[in-house]
Design a protein around this ligand. Sequence first.
Ligand SMILES: [Cu+2]
Length: 119
Amino acid sequence: MGIVVNSIGIILIVLIIWWFWLKKAKAEKVATDVIKIMVKDGVYTPSRIEVAQKDKITLEFYREDKSACSEYVIFEGIDKQARLPIDQPFQLELENLLPGKYPFACQMKMYQGELVVVA
Ligand SMILES: [Cu+2]
């Protein structure tokens, strides 16, 4: 019993560390028309994406994580969210974004990402 409790404690600590370090991931500059984001193992890959401003930005999420946690992707500050299907690409279009930072996350904020639009 003690071992189980300790293991859970250690796992929680590892998870917390991982999540806080991860948030500081360097922004990945993407210049392709469709920005592909993998949804797997508790992280969006890439999680911070830098793109040049344009009329329409297309994100293509590919959700491999079957847990309910990753089901939705919700953008903060803009009225945009989507339900992601499992094991298939899902495209989300963002139109007329001004330069700035657009965080996005799953409904429980375990998955966290950020889209950085630069002028
Ligand atoms: Cu979640």
